[in-house]
Write a protein that binds this ligand. Structure first.
Ligand code: C2O
Ligand code: CU
Ligand code: CU
Length: 430
């Protein structure tokens, strides 16, 4: 609703039941419903307010992943909302069109709350740009939200977590697309845009079409790429997004799959979720398809990454469950940065298995991986990047412009078990 120029959304986290397997109800959590949450949508320049009312029997937070916003509205682990309590974070959208998301961030129970279903998309638009019109943009018709999660279901169809806690945390045995196993999408247009979010706990996916036909990736975490990028697969670690445009012929059916992901130096290659393939959603094209506009050759120029030579430089070593040999302490601020300052971070994974890294409040650019140019699908705006074993990634960005000496932003591994176990740090921008 629009109220005095502020677009207001309502989110009520609550418990529910959802049938992943017909006839076998599972305990779940959702926003305003039993599983997942509504897609929120706002445009650049708009003032937004999210009225959250916690109807769970436990405390939670609502974090806006990928959003460039004041730390007080970010919804990190300090922003706990007790059962029955409410909160109303408010900010002005000040970043390009993108597919962002929201999810809980209570320190120590994020895996459980996201795992039971608390997650939703937050789509940002940039009105008046040619791109907005050139890409498929009718929500639910040719512009489809696709939240992909592996869930570990037991024989009764109930959500479970890995008690043994392997190095990656819970890996699931079933793939849910928007909460549905064995999902089917009826396509009525020649081109369909899928806004894919990997909302898994620790699972890497490598999305592609079963017949290996090419598709075009148009956007990464924080917005459009420089140009549509032709690919046959795109790999996403937990929390990463990719918007892809798939072309279909009338009457055909093609499966969106996850092929075996490339986990770098993971050994053996089928450890930690490697080697596994899954069907995600079958795309069924109608007998006649409405024509779609051709994709533009390029999008409005993606700015070059910030220069790194004059930037403030920091190093982060990810190992086991720690960053720079420290685990999360809610009362420790790891560093303070200046508002709007250029930063370059060296993020090094010295573990034998994969991590990833996410930074709150910013969109960054991947400068290089082990000194080499990043792959084109990771060359645009990012807020989360994979950290494969023994790889060093360098990222560049500007700190948020919002000064606040009280509320910190987080940086952490987005494998939720690792995050819960303390693979996280916090910084102030002041
Ligand atoms: Cu997606 Cu700190 O979060
Ligand atoms: Cu985040
Ligand atoms: Cu990790």
């Amino acid at each position: 609703t629009l109220d005095g120029g502020t677009r207001t959304f309502r989110l009520a986290p609550q418990a529910g039941t959802h049938e992943f397997v017909p006839g076998k109800p599972a305990q779940t959590m959702g926003y305003n419903g039993a599983y997942l949450g509504p897609t929120l949508r706002a445009a650049r320049g708009e003032r937004v307010r999210v009225a959250v009312e916690n109807r769970l029997t436990e405390a939670t937070t609502v974090h806006f992943h990928g959003m460039v916003l004041p730390a007080a509205a970010d919804g990190g682990p300090h922003a706990m909302i007790n059962p029955g309590a409410s909160t109303n974070p408010e900010w002005t959208i000040d970043q390009p069109a993108a597919t962002l998301w929201y999810h809980p961030h209570p320190h120590g129970s994020t895996e459980k709350q996201v795992g039971y279903g608390l997650a939703g998309l937050f789509i940002l638009d940039e009105p008046g740009t040619n791109e907005a019109a050139a890409l498929p943009h009718t929500y639910g018709v040719d512009d489809i939200p696709l939240i992909v999660q592996d869930r570990r279901l037991d024989a009764d169809g109930k959500i479970t977590f890995d008690p043994a806690g392997n190095s990656l945390g819970t890996l699931g045995n079933s793939i849910a697309a928007n909460g549905t196993l064995g999902a089917v999408l009826s396509v009525t247009t020649q081109r369909v845009r899928l806004r894919i979010l990997n909302a898994s706990n620790g699972r890497w996916f490598k999305f592609g079409l079963a017949d290996h036909r090419p598709f075009h990736m148009v956007a990464s975490d924080g917005g459009l790429l420089a140009a549509p990028l032709e690919l046959t697969s795109v790999q996403l670690s937990p929390a990463e997004r990719a918007e892809i445009v798939v072309e279909l012929k009338p009457g055909e059916s093609v499966m969106l799959r996850s092929f075996a992901p490339d986990l770098g130096r993971v050994n053996p290659p089928d450890a930690f979720g490697g080697g596994k393939e899954f069907d995600v959603v079958r795309l069924d094209a109608a007998a006649s398809l409405a024509p779609s506009a051709a994709l533009p050759a390029a999008f409005a120029a993606l700015p070059a990454p910030e220069g790194t030579t004059t930037a403030v430089s920091r190093s982060f070593t990810f190992n086991g469950r720690s960053i720079n040999n420290k685990t999360m302490d809610m009362n420790r601020i790891d560093f303070t940065a200046a508002p709007g300052e250029a930063e370059v971070w060296f993020v090094d994974n010295v573990s034998a298995y994969q991590h990833n890294v996410h930074v709150h409040g910013v969109q960054f650019r991947l400068v290089d991986i082990d000194g080499k140019q990043p792959p084109p699908e990771r060359a645009g705006w990012k807020d989360t990047i994979p950290l494969l074993p023994r790889e060093q990634n360098r990222i560049a960005f500007r700190m948020p412009k919002y000064a606040d000496s009280e509320h910190p932003y987080m940086y952490h591994c987005h494998l939720l078990t690792h995050e819960d176990e303390g693979m996280m740090g916090q910084f102030l921008v002041a």
